[in-house]
Design a protein around this ligand. Structure first.
Ligand code: NAP
Ligand code: MG
Length: 496
């Protein structure tokens, strides 16, 4: 399991039967908005059109979610039972992992091997983890005077809207759905336009695993129509969102203008990988470049800024350029491929624009080019780029969401910290050193939600994931994520 083999993935993709309708109240329905017209970035081929939700369709989905919640078919069953069905859901995903991985690869271009090995493994693990946790979180019994009894309990919030991006489509979805469902909510999921097929298949598997009708609805559609309608809906209690800072802030606005619903934004990043003078430079630079190019650089945590002591700058640029030159894109359906296609032509043009402007602004182009790369005819490919830049360069400040690494020289530790903290973002950071004192003092001063030391992208379900500053304040994963989807209730009882 979770190991992609064989060379027949293109044939298998052609034979996939893809869902193209919305999943509302346990059945497949047509949408009343302009259908989505997805394109596979692997080869530019048109995929089947998908029904898209209008505000009226979203209203129907929210009503269904509310009715299921009020009926108690999920919200008031024993937590143990909810947990068991989530574990059954995880098993269904496990049993269909190859098909789901292939669907993701087809719709957004990541290598099928990565989709299976990394993404599907994480998704199965996430649903299992929250399924197991469902009946292991305790409420509180405060210490009171003898004539009273106080209960502090956590109640499910009600209807949760989940709006997610396309880069790790099912992982992000699992991070939202699993904790929200584990504590008893009903959910309406709006997948990203590029990754709707995989989300619809997930809904079907959830239904097969015993989630009652209305507990999980999937409403495909355009962000500014379907996403916005969820954000503005007066009967949605919580929005959990992963995506760009711009859209995240819109959701805060939708909430303010409607019912004051809770919004949990998990937004972009501009991760600094800070290499201290004592570190193993080669190892740190290689890991940083890999962390920047992974998933075609379409990662909120992408280690897109490499900070090195000025004396080691030339050597660092050389090593990073070598990694870039040996990480070229190839056919996502070839199991030996580690870098696939960029999600869309629009995204590709955006990435190339960042590189063009950097070069025009005197950045040093150490690897890659401003031109697209050719891997599969008709597809959207872009080879990794390494740039030598100053902290003020646009490319060192803004999120590219593509395989573009900025290498920056620093003079001393205070300078390095100022550069690391000197963007609008604060999602993650990495530190490379074996000096215990430096590691602890610097990690405290880094303004980031996650700090990796002598590693990159490590972790498991037990740790919270999310950012500070412009990266938002929501946290996925860990038991803390369950709190986002509950309300505290106090019951005070006078005893006579
Ligand atoms: P995005 O454009 O913000 O879209 C995210 C979701 O919001 C999509 O479902 C999108 O729908 C929807 N949306 C777009 N415009 C909307 C609007 N006006 N109102 C309501 N919903 C709207 O982000 P993306 O391009 O999919 O993903 C890239 C971004 O996600 C990057 O900034 C990245 O850093 C961030 N990200 C963060 C994390 C994290 O955990 N912190 C993880 C992964 C990605 P459509 O698809 O229809 O546009
Ligand atoms: Mg977008």
């Amino acid at each position: 399991m979770f190991t992609a083999t064989g060379d027949d993935w293109a044939d298998r993709a052609a034979a996939l039967s893809l869902h193209t309708r919305m999943f509302i109240d346990g059945s497949w329905e047509d949408g009343t908005a302009e259908p989505l017209a997805p394109i596979s970035p692997r080869d530019g081929r048109a995929l089947p059109p998908i029904a898209a939700a209008s505000a009226a369709d979203i209203d129907r989905a929210v009503r269904s979610a509310r009715a299921a919640f009020d009926a108690g078919v999920w919200s008031r069953i024993a937590p143990r039972e909810r947990g068991q069905r989530l574990i059954a859901f995880a098993q269904k995903i496990h049993d269909n992992a190859e098909e789901l991985a292939l669907t993701i690869s087809l719709e957004m271009g990541k290598p099928v091997r990565e989709a299976l090995q990394t993404e599907l493994r994480a998704v199965v693990n996430c649903f299992r983890w929250y399924g197991e946790a469902a009946d292991k979180v305790l409420d509180e019994l405060p210490v009171t005077a003898p004539n009273s009894l106080a209960l502090v309990t956590r109640e499910p919030a009600g209807v949760v809207a989940a709006v997610v991006p396309w880069n790790f489509p099912l992982t992000m979805t699992a991070w939202k759905l699993a904790p929200a469902l584990a504590v008893g909510n009903s959910v309406v999921l709006k997948p990203a336009e590029h990754t709707t097929f995989s989300a619809l298949r997930l809904a079907e598997l959830a239904h097969e695993a015993g989630l009652p009708a209305g507990v999980l609805n999937v409403t495909p559609g355009a962000g500014h129509v379907a996403g916005r309608a969820l954000g503005e809906h007066p009967d949605v209690d919580v929005v959990t969102f992963t995506g760009s800072p711009e859209v995240g802030r819109r959701f805060l606005g939708y909430a303010a203008a409607s019912n004051g619903k809770r919004v949990w934004p998990e937004l972009g990043g501009k991760t600094a990988s800070l290499v201290l003078p004592d570190a193993d430079l080669e190892r740190a630079v290689r890991a940083t470049a890999d962390g920047c190019f992974y998933n075609q650089g379409q990662m909120c945590t992408a280690s897109s800024r490499l900070l090195v002591p000025r004396a080691q700058y030339d050597r660092a640029l050389e090593i990073a350029a070598e990694v870039a030159r040996t990480s070229l894109p190839a056919d996502p359906f070839d199991v030996s491929t580690s870098m696939g296609a960029i999600v869309s032509e629009k995204q590709l043009a955006g990435i190339a624009g960042f590189v063009e402007r950097a070069v025009a602004d005197d950045a040093e182009l150490a690897a890659g080019s401003t031109e697209r790369f050719s891997a599969v005819d008709g597809g959207s490919y872009f080879a990794p780029v390494v740039l030598g830049v100053t902290p003020a360069h646009e490319v060192a400040q803004r999120e590219v969401f593509g395989p573009v690494l900025s290498v920056i020289a620093y003079d001393d530790v205070d300078d390095a910290l100022a550069i690391a903290n000197g963007t609008e973002y604060g999602l993650a950071a990495a530190l490379w050193s074996t000096d215990l004192n430096a590691v602890h003092t610097l990690s405290r001063r880094l303004r980031a939600g996650v700090v990796w030391v002598n590693c990159f992208e490590e972790g498991d379900m037990t740790i919270p994931f999310g950012g500070v500053k412009g990266s938002g304040f929501g946290r996925d994963k860990s038991l803390h994520a369950m709190e986002k989807f509950t309300d505290l209730k106090t019951t005070w009882i006078e005893l006579s």
